[in-house]
Design a binder for this molecule. Structure first.
Ligand SMILES: *Cc1c(COP(=O)(O)O)cnc(C)c1O
Length: 475
């Protein structure tokens, strides 16, 4: 194979193209008459050269990339992965005379991913069924089935499937008549879609801090942020951990505020034996590919109130009235879910109990390991009244440097991980909305998530444990 990657630098561009076509690797290495490496040319380089007016008879040397990535022979795979990480996938390996002796091909599936959908139930069967029925757009039996099944799984009267979790939040706010001039309280530690939806609705977000233990919005901080303009609270059950719903629902009652639950990371989590998503005036879930269950892209709004449900279903369908086709009383959106997405959702929901059980077993296994690593703390699991679910397995370190060191260290043994979300308040985009952010700022800098997928075997955990114990002792 190496031969097919090497071409003489005096070859023509047409020769380069034919070599790339032949090796199917998208790249060639150019060498001089002594077979010393002089550069690399990708198919993209040739395309750009031709678009810039190059001729197919031009000499390759003129267009070969002289600022190329390469590595000396004899490096370990881990070292090579570090070297190729700037997006290149094939690099030449050279001897001390710059002669190409081999190449290294980086494949992204070398790494254990943080998340992966589990599609081994009826997903393909139902998807095929939806496809063959020709109901591939946003009408079809899988949509109603999914809405009914999901709302009864959570324990609400109504469910409206939508195109994604952000759309669900946006519609939830609009259905509660929240807009310009209104303030909506959001936690500082969340994925940005939570606050973006408030801004989409034209309302003013007010960012408040989270609790030290649960990493969820702090009811005391909510209280301090309430003004006469406050209309609603969006609470986020972060990483599968339910918020303090007793305090939050009481605050909403006392101060006459709406509650929107962002359950994008907490399908099936419980508070006082009731599923999260059954407390809010509207509750929003996401079914993005890395969530607990998925429809590819997708979301749902749940509610107990018919009036809210009606508003949401009108707004998701262009604002068209239900009585008169093509008649619009409000400016709506196209936020519908397709029958194809819903078919996958129906199959996912059939096995949600085993998915949740599996995830929590994975988390237990990790916790065992984290407990042996002095500087690594597991996410709390035994918070009063709550039964968390496992979205991504999380841990925190002593400080940011330690966190980044863990990420780098396990990356070298092919394990992917994610640093926590940046605190919203740390981004200039959202700075003007900060009310409080002390704890969130700390947590976002020291937390990380680990691969939470099926198929992590004993060998994986052994490798991880070895790496973590060794890595952190060396700090
Ligand atoms: C994923 C996520 C969303 C957004 O869901 P999408 O389906 O990606 O639009 C909203 N909030 C939180 C907390 C999330 O994790």
């Amino acid at each position: 194979m190496l031969n097919k990657l090497l071409i003489n630098q005096n070859s023509t561009l047409i020769f380069v193209l034919s070599a790339i076509n032949d090796n199917e690797m998208g790249i060639v290495f150019t060498v001089d008459d002594e077979k010393k490496l002089t550069g690399t040319i990708t198919d993209g380089d040739v395309r750009r050269a031709l678009l810039d007016g190059a001729s197919l008879d031009d000499i390759a040397e003129k267009y070969s990339n002289k600022n190329f990535t390469y590595a000396p022979e004899g490096k370990t795979t881990e070292e090579l992965i570090e070297i190729v990480e700037d997006g290149k996938t094939i690099i030449p390996l050279v001897d001390e005379n710059m002669k190409v002796v081999d190449y290294f091909q980086y494949s992204t599936n070398l790494k254990v991913p943080v998340a992966a959908p589990l599609l081994k139930g009826n997903e393909f069967k139902y998807l095929t069924d939806a496809f063959l029925s020709s109901w591939i757009s946003s009408t079809g039996k899988y949509i109603t089935d999914f809405e009914n099944n999901f709302s009864s799984f959570i324990g609400t009267q109504y469910g409206a499937a939508v195109s994604n979790g952000t759309a669900a939040l946006h519609l939830g706010l609009l259905a509660l008549d929240i807009g310009p001039g209104d303030e909506v309280i959001v936690p500082d530690f969340t994925f940005a879609a939570t606050i973006n939806s408030v801004l989409h609705a034209g309302a003013t977000p007010v960012i408040v801090d989270v609790e030290e233990d649960s990493w969820c919005i702090d009811p005391q901080k909510i209280k301090e942020a309430i003004t006469e303009k406050t209309k609603a609270i969006i609470c986020v059950h972060i990483f599968g951990q339910p918020c303090d719903m007793d305090s939050i629902t009481k605050l909403c009652e006392d101060r006459n505020l709406y509650l929107i639950e962002d359950c994008a990371q907490a399908h099936g989590a419980e508070y006082n034996g009731k599923k999260v998503g059954s407390f809010g005036d509207v509750s929003c879930f996401s079914f993005f590919g890395n969530k607990i269950i998925t429809t590819g892209e997708g979301g749902i709004c749940l509610t107990q109130k018919k009036s809210i449900y009606d508003k949401i279903t009108i707004l998701r369908d262009h604002g068209m009235t239900k009585e008169k086709r093509y008649w619009h009383d409000v400016v709506g959106y196209n936020y519908r879910m397709t029958n194809l997405q819903a078919s996958i959702g129906v199959a996912q929901l059939e096995k949600i109990h085993s998915i949740l059980e599996n995830r929590s077993k994975i988390e237990e296994k990790y916790r065992e390991i984290f407990s042996k690593v002095p500087d690594l703390k597991s996410q709390k699991v035994d918070i009063k009244n709550t039964k968390k679910v496992t979205w991504l397995v999380c841990a925190t370190t002593e400080n940011r440097e330690a966190r980044d060191a863990v990420i780098a260290s396990i990356s070298k043994i092919g394990i992917d991980s994610r640093p926590f979300f940046y605190a919203l308040s740390s981004m200039p985009l959202y700075k003007e909305y900060i009310h409080s952010n002390e704890v969130s700022n700390k947590i976002s800098n020291i937390g990380l998530s680990f691969p939470t997928i099926t198929g992590l075997d004993e060998e994986y955990f052994k490798k991880l444990e070895e790496n973590l114990t060794r890595g952190l002792n060396n700090l």
